[in-house]
Write a protein that binds this ligand. Structure first.
Ligand SMILES: Cc1cc2nc3c(=O)[nH]c(=O)nc-3n(C[C@H](O)[C@H](O)[C@H](O)COP(=O)(O)OP(=O)(O)OC[C@H]3O[C@@H](n4cnc5c(N)ncnc54)[C@H](O)[C@@H]3O)c2cc1C
Length: 395
């Protein structure tokens, strides 16, 4: 039995970057938006906290004042990808010149975006969890929530699932699909900062896993890793975390004597896949619509970009919005997905990764083009042409 009943035009589930962004954009269009968030901001999120340069454009598009997020962000020139003796510096350039990536504190970043959505006119209910959906004639017309005030039903015209990689909305819609590859466990913790590592991140590729080191605002360091998800392993997360660090000598040397400042947080498995990202009366955005792997560091940008695509699709009316959104997703993400899978293929073949890093280190302009495509600063298709791949791989 529900004790409460609410009404809105758009119900957004999840106040991570995707949910807060779409809520802010739709509220600015004059829609009556309710955002429900299972936790309470500021909340931690298992994330390596290294964001693509292009978040700047998305945040400006949302009219988030720079001061609201820059105070808790650290500009980073790029990422040094290292495998044994092979290393290459990945940086970013677009038509306006050199761009920086950003070291973010997800607790404050996500909280600031949620506050921005509220300032734009959205209603936010925290500690409120979506548990069920209501349907009429094949269309979602509402949801059932667990809230601090008790069970509550919400009627809505549109449902937006922005509830992350374990999306309950995707499960309830019946579109979640199993992730077969890559199957990885993500583990993250903050450490004391490293004096020699302040203006860029490092991605250390080991045999079957990788560890990223990303400087954070305030001087600490994010240590994030993805290790194979072995269903049979009963090893506690902390032991797997320490073993991965010890297994890459350069990482062990970097962290020697450094104190861990936070608990180890995990995401298992990292990836998420859906058969469809929109339908009659519903859309999935951010990780809820699918996530491959954090190696290429684009989840936060993608959350914001997909939120914009959803808000733009709805700006032209609810009818046909799902198809407009799916078309916009294809335009925005199809080439980047192909590039991400190419990089995943290299991660699965360490000798090829080593060979590629050596070639890229000898060819800075080729590395710059690849980095810029990975950082969403130029079309990913630029890094997928056979001619470009030949320039990367030729002996
Ligand atoms: C180990 C790891 C490292 C990563 N590193 C990076 C990186 O360096 N750079 C990068 O760009 N991306 C990275 N990512 C990906 C990035 O974290 C995600 O892409 C990003 O958080 C997606 O944002 P979102 O808003 O879609 O989802 P989330 O940030 O996951 O937010 C979803 C929200 O929904 C809420 N929620 C969930 N279920 C419900 C429910 N039933 N009812 C109500 N609320 C609910 C959650 O509490 C949460 O606040 C990493 C991911 C992992 C796992």
């Amino acid at each position: 039995m529900s004790s409460g009943r609410l009404e809105c035009e758009v119900l957004v589930v999840g106040a991570g970057p995707a949910g807060s962004a779409v809520a802010a954009a739709l509220a600015a269009q004059g829609r009556k938006v309710l955002v429900v968030e299972a936790r309470q901001h500021p909340r931690p999120k298992a994330c390596a906290e290294y964001a693509s340069p292009r978040i700047v454009e998305e945040l400006r598009h949302l009219r988030v004042p720079d001061a609201e997020w820059l105070a808790n962000a650290r500009p980073l020139a790029g990422m040094r990808v290292i495998r044994g003796a092979d290393a290459v510096q990945i940086g970013y350039q677009d038509a306006n010149g050199t761009r920086t990536a950003w070291g973010l504190d997800r607790r404050t970043f996500d909280a600031a975006l949620a506050a921005h959505a509220v300032a734009a006119g959205a209603q936010l209910r925290e500690r409120s969890t979506l548990e069920g959906l209501f349907w009429r004639d094949g269309r979602v017309i509402g949801a059932h929530l667990r809230t601090p005030e008790g069970p509550t039903d919400v009627a809505c015209q549109v449902l937006i699932g922005a509830d992350g990689a374990r999306s309950r909305v995707a499960q309830l819609l019946g579109v979640e699909r199993p992730v077969r590859v890559p199957r990885r466990l993500g583990l993250v913790a903050h450490y004391e900062g490293i004096a020699e590592l302040t203006d860029h991140g490092e991605m250390h590729v080991g045999p079957g896993w990788y560890v990223g080191l990303a400087p954070l605002p305030g001087g600490s360091l994010n240590v994030g890793m993805a290790v194979p998800l072995d269903g049979a392993s009963r090893q506690p997360a902390a032991e797997r975390f320490e073993a991965a660090i010890a297994g890459i000598p350069a990482v062990a040397a970097r962290l020697a004597g450094k104190r861990r400042l936070t608990p180890i947080r995990g995401a298992s498995p990292i990836g998420h896949r859906v058969s469809r990202a929109a339908g009659p009366g519903w859309m999935l955005i951010g990780d809820a619509a699918g996530f491959i792997d954090p190696f290429t560091g684009e989840g936060i940008y993608r959350a914001l970009r997909s939120a914009r695509a959803a808000a733009e699709a709805l700006a032209d009316g609810d009818d046909g919005a799902a198809e407009r959104y799916l078309a916009a997703r294809r335009g925005a993400f199809a080439a980047k997905d192909a590039l991400t899978w190419l990089v995943q293929g290299m991660l699965a073949a360490p000798p090829l990764m080593g060979y590629t890093l050596r070639r890229l280190a000898e060819r800075p302009s080729v590395a710059a083009r690849l980095g810029s495509a990975l950082g969403d600063c130029r079309p990913a298709s630029d890094a997928l042409s056979p001619l470009f791949l030949a320039r990367v791989l030729r002996p």
